[in-house]
Ligand binder design. Structure first.
Ligand code: ZN
Length: 471
């Protein structure tokens, strides 16, 4: 969930951060040999990069909360999809110390949030290559034109990294677009006494020198960059296993451990069991939550970081309410496992998550599904633009993407009938498990569940600009 979404990260260019100052990396001059600085996202043109696909990230991070300084090494294993004399990584701020490609020093330059890398030897199409970036500095909090924040939040006892939509480039170099999912090994070394929580499963904890501890987290399931997180600080950690045999790792900042939050978190096994009944098997090897207290600054939103969503305790208690927990956990299917092909497909995340909230409220004896739909239908904010066509980057998580996105599913349920719709709710996440999907993929998929022509439904509810006379 992002109630307010920042459109683009602010370009940052640090003087003195060039490894090869003054060197112009123009390659051979053959444009086909240069990886594009973006993947061509309509809303975020510079997000991600062209020319390669990352298969695995190894991030080795050492963080000093007292100074806010991060020292990192990122090792990216990728495959070139064309001849590459040069390619880009996304990186906002920080100082790059050295870049190698397949062990040989590469030339680099910086342009805005692009780190341009020219390997010593051109990469052939299909070549699997390893890029190692050594970097350091104080990671930035990225402030967006609408005033919201993402990237690296420095807290009074550590830090919290949140990346939707383009905030991961604040703390590691990568291909920062949801279309390039990869596996991760994230190792974070922090002062002894602090805990570092991330995505996936904790595979090792070990002492470093006399006074530091490293936490090694592994995500074997593919993950989009925006879903990667690190939370560093004082946490009460609860490890358990659900009756469905799913390992849970729940980390709660003691200062955010109010009674309502504890009661909500205690329902994670029940919520996941209920959601599995709706959406099919949980897509990852573990689950949980991260609740971090922010004594300074505000995040202002929860985020469905992979395996364990983040809930910032930065407002009045409770830090976690059950409905928001239901929303973020549903994203593990819709967003984290089935990831949008592009940011304009964001309604496939938030429409499903909002619809799940409606189902949960009905399940809990609250407003019926019909009442929730009627409320969204009556909301003028939900009709500001069609959910499948956010007009600009700042609108990508505005109200229509949530409420009207859910109305698309409500209308589908009425048209297909509940039995067919219930099958669709399970088969859609199964068909695109751990992959990417676009709005066109979804509308084509829906046609399998009916002999009726669904085009008028999508024309009205997904793409139409005018509110129909009635629900
Ligand atoms: Zn959401």
């Amino acid at each position: 969930m992002r109630l307010r979404l920042p459109p683009r990260a602010v370009p940052l260019l640090l003087a003195g951060c060039l490894l090869a100052c003054g060197v112009s990396c123009t390659g051979t001059g053959d444009p086909s040999a240069t990886g594009a600085p973006g993947v061509g996202d309509r809303l975020f043109p510079d997000a991600g990069n062209g020319g390669y696909d990352v298969g695995h990230y190894t991030l080795d991070l050492d963080y000093d909360p007292a100074s806010g300084q991060l020292r990192g090494t990122a090792v990216l294993t990728a495959t070139a999809d064309r001849q590459l004399d040069r390619f880009d990584l996304d990186l906002a701020g920080l100082t790059v110390r050295r870049v190698t490609v397949d062990g040989a020093t590469a030339r680099t330059s910086r342009k805005g949030d692009e780190l341009r890398v020219s390997p010593a030897h051109p990469l052939r199409p299909g070549a699997r290559f390893t890029t190692t970036v050594a970097y350091q500095g104080a990671p930035r909090l990225l402030t967006d034109p609408d005033g919201s924040h993402e990237g690296w939040f420095r807290t009074d006892d550590g830090a919290l990294a949140l990346g939707e939509p383009v905030g991961s480039m604040a703390w590691f170099p990568g291909n920062d677009h949801p279309s390039d999912k990869a596996a991760y090994d994230i190792t974070v070394t922090v002062p002894r006494g602090l805990t570092a929580v991330s995505d996936g499963e904790l595979v090792a904890t070990r002492p470093v020198a006399d006074d530091r501890t490293s936490y090694h987290w592994r995500s074997t399931a593919p993950m989009a960059t925006y879903l990667a997180t690190v939370a560093i600080g004082h946490f009460d950690v609860t490890r358990s296993t659900t009756p469905d045999k799913l390992p849970l790792y729940v980390a709660v900042d003691p200062r955010s451990d109010d009674a309502a939050t504890a009661a909500a978190l205690a329902r994670i096994p029940e919520i996941l069991h209920w959601e599995q009944g709706l959406f099919g098997p949980y897509p990852f090897a573990s689950a949980g939550a991260i609740v971090d207290h922010l004594a300074r600054g505000r995040v202002g939103y929860a985020l469905e970081t992979q395996n364990r969503p983040v809930f910032p305790g930065d407002g009045p208690p409770p830090a976690v309410d059950t409905t928001t927990l239901v929303h973020e956990l549903s994203h593990q299917w819709f967003g984290d496992s089935v990831t949008p092909a592009a940011w304009q497909d964001m309604w496939l995340n938030e429409g499903f998550a909002t619809f799940t909230e409606w189902l949960w409220k009905q399940h809990e004896g609250g407003p019926s599904l019909d009442a929730s739909a009627a409320s969204a239908f009556a909301s003028d904010a939900d009709w500001a633009f069609p959910p499948a066509s956010p007009p600009h980057a700042a609108a990508v998580s505005a109200a229509p993407v949530y409420g009207r996105g859910a109305l698309v599913l409500y209308e589908l349920r009425r048209t297909l009938g509940a039995p067919a719709f219930d099958r669709l709710l399970k088969q859609w996440p199964a068909a695109h498990r751990h992959g990417n999907a676009s709005t066109a993929d979804f509308t084509a998929f829906c046609a399998r569940f009916t002999s009726r022509d669904l085009r008028p439904l999508f024309a009205t509810w997904l793409y139409g600009t005018a509110r129909p006379a009635r629900l």
